[in-house]
Design a protein around this ligand. Structure first.
Ligand SMILES: Nc1ncnc2c1ncn2[C@@H]1O[C@H](COP(=O)(O)OP(=O)(O)OP(=O)(O)O)[C@@H](O)[C@H]1O
Ligand SMILES: [Mg+2]
Length: 510
């Protein structure tokens, strides 16, 4: 028998059910110490569930967790943390009003919580931050820091607790390409120091560039495991989805109508959205019906402010000057709900805060914003039969899993929450679609699907404003590309006029 290095983590026959859903069905997985191990798979395949069991969030129904050759039974994450395991969740678990420092100390307080211990903790954290190049403003409320920095805080929290095995659940879903590169530089450094890193991601480029090994999940099972050097993106995509996926769809030329879907003139903003650095200043552009206009840019350059200003013009932050027309109407001072009633669909940036009621069932979430549509309500009375029929059909068509309208939206996997929002918004048959980060956290099969639906909406005559940090979204879909830099529109390109490299340079302000 060949001698193998003992695995840092081994999962044997791990099984977990939630009601009738088998989230993990006999999962076997070996992770070598001192490696970066990619975990990929469709939305709802069971990746987060497997890692949450490894981290002690819930116990397996069957199977074993073996860490450094010892079989472990966790009572809670505290046990896993004590064994050197740390996890950064798909949706961060930081407490908004507290400072970065308090967020790290919460739950890991030095024994005597006095001033001296706090000082010591801070000194140690500052040293860690320097060592790994993860600068943090320790004294600001965490909710005011950009997501990239919030994530640094999450990672420093693990390092502070001396984690040897770091689980990162879709860490780059909320990061810009620049921030993601910085993250991977740090992860490599950590690996080279002997830490073991488990990386859940939907981005096959990241898997190919930064992992040593990769495991593929599908429908609660492991369907493939290999050294990264022996595979390629197309094979991984096919293994994940169980069919051939088109990684880059072919978009036919637009038949743009001579009719404006939206127009923004001289829009400026007095304040910034939390975590952002640049106010919106003097932004003007238009989107025609039958056209997709992509807004590219590094996060914090005014995209969030632009979305706020056009969609929530009445909120205090957004004392604006300038005018916004949607579908021929001056909507500058309209309520968001009246804007929707015009035939405007929107996929919001933050799906958990703005897009869904997490405690409420999927059916109710599907109805949000559709209540007043004549298809679902007559004289103020809800036609629940039509609603359920439409929601059932949408679940099918958009492949929202599980097919259960009664479960709370918060119980869906991250990617399925996104698919639910997309399904609802397309149900509106929009004449104008404002899509912010529409493919955030969805698997390659769903990206293909969402891209196709956006193009179909365009071809049915909708104007589309697409705001995305994913250059792939922008370059694949946009008939025209606007680059935002420091709150202004810094450049404009027609489809095919700009390469990924050039676009990156413009986004960096060159
Ligand atoms: N707390 C829970 N209660 C009920 N069902 C759950 C819970 N957590 C997960 N599930 C279900 O278990 C299945 C696996 O979910 P999981 O979050 O592990 O998927 P995932 O692979 O991480 O997907 P994604 O890529 O979308 O994040 C899904 O069908 C999900 O709805
Ligand atoms: Mg997940």
């Amino acid at each position: 028998m060949a001698f193998e290095t003992p695995a840092a983590v081994e999962l044997r026959g791990l099984t977990k059910r939630f009601g009738s859903v088998i989230a993990n069905d006999g999962v076997n997985l070996r992770i070598q110490p001192g490696t970066i191990h990619g975990v990929i798979g469709e939305n709802g395949a069971g990746k987060s569930t497997a890692m949450k069991m490894l981290y002690g969030i819930f116990p397996p129904d069957a199977g074993e967790i073996i860490v450094n050759s010892k079989t472990c039974v966790w009572e809670s994450p505290a046990d896993a943390i004590a064994a050197g395991i740390g996890m950064v969740h798909q949706h961060f678990m930081l407490a908004g009003p507290y400072t970065a420092l308090d967020n790290i100390l919460l739950g890991a307080e030095p024994v005597r919580c006095g001033v001296i211990e706090r000082k010591k903790a801070r000194t140690r954290l500052e040293a860690l931050a320097r060592q790994y190049g993860l600068p943090v403003d320790w004294d600001s409320p965490i909710e005011e820091l950009p997501v990239g920095v919030q994530q640094r805080v999450e990672i420093l929290k693990l390092l502070y607790r001396d984690a040897k095995i770091l689980i990162l659940d879709e860490p780059t879903a909320v990061l810009t390409p620049q921030e993601a590169n910085e993250l991977f530089r740090n992860l490599k450094k950590l690996r080279d120091e002997g830490k073991t890193i488990i990386l859940i991601t939907h981005k096959l480029k990241e898997v190919m560039s930064f992992t040593d090994h990769v495991t593929v999940f599908r429908a609660g099972k492991v369907t493939g495991e290999m050294p990264t050097s022996q595979t390629n993106p197309q094979e991984l995509a096919n293994l994940m989805v169980g069919r051939k996926v088109v990684l880059n769809i072919n978009v036919p030329p637009a038949h743009t109508r001579d009719e404006l879907a939206m127009e923004v003139a001289a829009l400026s903003l007095a304040g910034t959205v939390a975590g952002s650095r640049h106010k919106l200043s003097d932004v003007s552009f238009s989107v025609k019906r039958g056209e997709i206009v992509g807004v590219a840019g590094v996060e914090g350059n005014g995209q969030s402010e632009l979305l706020q200003a056009i969609l929530h013009p009445r909120e205090p932050l957004c004392r604006t000057s300038g005018t916004v027309w949607f579908l021929g109407e001056d909507v500058t001072h309209w309520e968001a709900r009246d804007i929707r009633d015009l035939g405007v669909a929107m996929i919001p940036e933050d799906r958990q805060r703005e897009g869904l009621l997490l405690e409420r069932p999927v059916s109710e979430n599907f109805l949000l914003g559709l209540q007043r549509s004549s298809a679902f309500s007559q004289g103020g009375v809800l036609n629940s039969r039509n609603l359920l029929a439409a929601a059932t059909q949408a679940e099918e068509e958009y492949d929202v899993r599980p097919r259960d309208l009664a479960i709370p939206a918060g119980k869906l996997s991250g990617g399925n929450q996104q698919k639910l929002i997309v399904a609802r918004e397309f149900q509106r048959k929009p004449r104008l679609l404002i899509a912010a980060q529409p493919t955030r956290g969805v698997d390659v099969g769903a990206i293909e699907f969402i891209h196709n639906r956006i193009v179909r909406a365009r071809d049915e005559g909708a104007g589309v404003l697409l705001v995305s940090f994913e250059l792939e979204d922008i370059l694949t879909l946009s008939d025209r590309i606007l680059v935002m830099y420091e709150g202004r529109i810094a450049a404009e390109f027609a489809r095919g006029q700009v390469s990924e490299g050039e676009l990156g340079l413009k986004m960096a302000g060159s």
